[in-house]
Design a binder for this molecule. Structure first.
Ligand code: HMG
Ligand code: MG
Length: 298
C-alpha cells in the first residue's frame, strides 16, 4: 500500500543553484530561503561547504546560513566534503551535515578528487566530529542507477558503500540517481534486491529528472515502502551544457502528485508557488516543472 505521509526534502538551494551558470546574489538566496522556510518543509538543504573553485555558485554558504531566518521546525542541511568544510559548517551552526560520495570510482574521483577507498577515512572523521557536536548526519550515495563515465553500477557495490556509511554512523542514506537514468523497473528491481538489507525508514530517494521518469520512479519507490524524497522547487538546476548535471525531480510536481493521491506532506502548495515565482524571477528563466509551466502559460 501507499504511505499516509511522505517527507519531502528540499534541495533546490543546493542541488538546483549549484547547476545554475549565473551567480545568484546572497541576499536573493536569503530571501528565497525565507520564503521556503514558510512553506511547511521539515528539511531544507541550503548550500554546500565545498571548495569555492569547484562550486563557485555556493561560496556564500556561511553568509546564507547567518542571514536567513531559521524556522525552528526545519532542519537546515548542507553538503560537507571534509574536515575543512565541517569547520565552516559548524561555525555557521547548521543542523545537519550531509556527507557525499559515489558508488562508482570515476565519478567519485571527478567529484571529490579521491578514490572511494580514500574517501571513507575522510568521511569517518567528519561524521564522528559532527556527531560529537550533536549534528544529524545524512550520507549521499551518487551514481546509484548509473554513472556518466562507467555506465552500469552494480547493486552490490552500492550496498557496500551504504553499509560503510551506516557503520560510520550516518542517520540517513540518500540514494542519488545523479544523472537521471533510472527507470521504474530498474528502481523496483533495485529496491526489491536491497529490501531487508537496509532500513527503508532511513532511506531517501534522490531522483533527477533528465528523461522525465522521476515521478514514475517515485511512485514505484512509494509502493515499495520509501517515504523520504529529495526534490528541487520548480525543477531548478537543469543544465543542458554540463554533462551529468540535470534538474532534480520538481518539488511542486511531487507535492501535487502526492496530495492528489491523498498523501500528506505538510507542505503548502500556494507557498511553493510563491517561492517558485520568486526564484524564477531571480534567475530570469522559466522553471521546467509542470506546475510552473501551467502557471507561466496562464
Ligand atoms: P581537493 O583539491 O582534493 O582538496 O578538493 P584538498 O584537501 O587537496 O585541498 C586543496 C585546497 O582546497 C586547500 O587549499 C584546502 O584548504 C582547500 P590551499 O591550501 O591549496 O589554499 N579546501 C577547501 N576549501 C574550502 N572548503 C572546503 C575545502 N576543502 C579543501 N571544504 C574537495 C577536494 C572535496 C574539497 C573538492 O573536490 C570539492 O570541493 N568538491 C565539491 C564537489 C561538489 O560539490 N559536487 C557537487 C555536489 S555532489 C552532488 O551534486 C550529488 C548529489 O546531489 C546526489 C546525486 O545527485 O547523486 C549530492
Ligand atoms: Mg543531486
Amino acid at each position: 500500500g501507499l504511505p499516509e505521509f511522505v517527507t519531502v526534502k528540499e534541495v533546490g538551494p543546493r542541488d538546483g543553484l549549484q547547476n545554475e551558470a549565473e551567480q545568484i546574489p546572497t541576499e536573493i538566496k536569503v530571501e528565497w530561503m525565507n520564503l521556503l522556510s514558510e512553506a511547511g518543509y521539515s528539511s531544507i538543504e541550503f548550500s554546500s561547504f565545498v571548495h569555492p573553485k569547484w562550486i563557485p555558485q555556493l561560496k556564500d554558504a556561511k553568509q546564507v546560513a547567518q542571514q536567513m531566518t531559521r524556522n525552528p521546525n526545519i532542519t537546515y542541511a548542507a553538503l560537507v566534503p571534509n574536515r575543512k568544510g565541517l569547520e565552516a559548517a559548524l561555525e555557521a551552526d547548521i543542523d545537519e551535515v550531509a556527507v557525499f560520495m559515489s558508488a562508482s570510482e570515476t565519478h567519485n574521483l571527478k567529484n571529490i578528487n579521491k578514490t572511494i577507498e580514500d574517501t571513507f577515512p575522510v568521511l569517518k572523521e567528519v561524521i564522528e566530529e559532527a556527531k560529537h557536536h550533536n549534528k544529524r548526519v545524512r550520507g549521499y550515495v551518487s551514481t546509484v542507477f548509473g554513472c556518466p563515465y562507467e555506465g552500469e553500477v552494480r547493486i552490490s557495490q552500492v550496498l557496500q558503500v551504504c553499509q560503510q556509511l551506516i557503520d560510520m554512523g550516518v542517520d540517513e542514506i540518500s540514494l542519488g540517481d545523479t544523472i537521471g537514468v533510472a527507470d521504474p523497473l530498474q528502481v523496483e528491481q533495485f529496491l526489491k534486491t536491497i529490501e531487508g538489507k537496509m532500513d527503508f525508514s532511513r532511506l531517501a530517494m534522490h531522483f533527477h529528472n533528465t528523461h522525465g521518469m522521476a515521478l514514475a520512479n517515485t511512485l514505484v519507490s512509494l509502493k515499495l515502502g520509501i517515504t523520504i524524497f529529495d526534490s528541487s522547487l520548480g525543477g531548478l538546476g537543469g543544465c543542458p551544457y554540463a554533462k551529468g548535471a540535470s534538474g532534480n525531480l520538481a518539488t511542486d510536481d511531487l507535492v501535487h502528485m502526492l496530495h492528489k493521491m491523498g498523501i500528506q506532506t505538510g507542505i503548502h502548495e500556494t507557498k511553493l508557488k510563491e517561492a517558485a515565482l520568486f526564484i524564477q524571477q531571480a534567475i530570469q528563466k522559466e522553471l521546467p516543472s509542470h506546475q510552473m509551466q501551467i502557471y507561466n502559460r496562464m
